[in-house]
Ligand binder design. Structure first.
Ligand SMILES: C[S@@+](CC[C@H](N)C(=O)[O-])C[C@H]1O[C@@H](n2cnc3c(N)ncnc32)[C@H](O)[C@@H]1O
Length: 193
C-alpha cells in the first residue's frame, strides 16, 4: 500500500496493520511518500513492513504500474493519474479531507480560514477521470482541549501563515477550558474506472 503525503506515517501504519490482517494480504508492504524529510524520519520507523521515500507527489511515483492494493491520501495533495497508474484494477483509493464543520469553533474564535466549500467539487474534478466514488463517510470527533492545545491546533493549519501564534493565542485567551473543538473528517473510497 502507498501513502501519498504520508507525513509521519501514523495513518500508513494503522491502515497497513488492518490490511495485513486480511486473508491474502499478510505480506503487504507499505510505502510513504512525502517531501518533508523531518516527517519521513518518523514515517520510516512507523511500521516494520513500511519504507519511506522523499518524493514530490506531483512527479511520477517510484512505483511500478498496478502493484498497490490501497492508495491512502490524508489531508495531502492528490495526483489522480499517478494514483490510478500504481493501483491494481481491484484496488482502493482512500482519500481523507476535512469534513463539514472541521474546526468550526476555531474558525469562529481564532479567525481560522474556512475550508473551501467547493472542495468536494474540486476533489471529484481531480479524480473523476480515473476513479468513481464508491462510498463516503463523515466522522466528526468532539475534542476538549486546553487553550494551549487549541492554539497549537490552530497554528498547524493554513491560517497560521496569515495569523501569528501570539495573535491566535490572544484570541483564545478568554475561552474557558476545556475548549470544545470539532475535528471533522470526510473519508471517501474510490475505485479505479
Ligand atoms: C496535513 S499533512 C498530512 C500528513 C499525513 N497524511 C497525516 O494525515 O498525518 C500534509 C502532508 O503533505 C505533504 N506534502 C505537501 N505537498 C507535498 C508534495 N508535493 N509531495 C509530497 N508530499 C507533500 C506535507 O509535507 C505533509 O506531510
Amino acid at each position: 500500500m502507498l501513502d501519498a503525503g504520508a507525513g509521519t506515517g501514523y495513518y500508513l501504519a494503522a491502515v497497513l496493520d488492518r490490511l495485513r490482517a486480511l486473508p491474502g494480504y499478510g505480506e503487504t508492504a507499505g510505502l510513504a511518500l512525502d517531501v518533508s524529510v523531518r516527517a519521513l524520519r518518523w514515517a520510516a520507523r512507523a511500521h516494520p513492513a513500511a519504507g519511506a521515500v522523499g518524493w514530490d507527489v506531483w512527479k511520477p511515483f517510484p512505483v511500478r504500474d498496478g502493484v498497490a492494493s490501497v492508495v491512502l491520501n490524508v489531508f495531502a495533495p492528490r495526483n489522480g493519474p499517478e494514483f490510478r497508474r500504481v493501483l491494481r484494477p481491484d484496488g482502493a483509493l482512500i482519500v481523507v479531507t476535512p469534513g463539514p464543520g472541521h474546526l468550526a469553533e476555531l474558525v469562529r474564535d481564532a479567525g481560522l480560514l474556512t475550508v473551501d466549500e467547493r472542495k468536494d467539487e474540486r476533489l471529484s474534478a481531480a479524480l473523476g477521470a480515473h476513479f468513481s466514488l464508491a462510498s463516503r463517510r463523515d466522522v466528526p470527533i468532539a475534542l476538549g482541549l486546553t487553550r494551549t492545545g487549541a492554539a497549537m491546533l490552530a497554528g498547524m493549519g493554513p491560517s497560521a501563515r496569515h495569523t501569528g501564534p501570539d495573535e491566535i493565542a490572544g484570541r483564545l485567551a478568554g475561552l474557558a477550558e476545556p475548549v470544545s473543538v470539532t475535528a471533522a473528517f470526510r473519508i471517501s473510497l474510490y475505485r479505479p474506472r
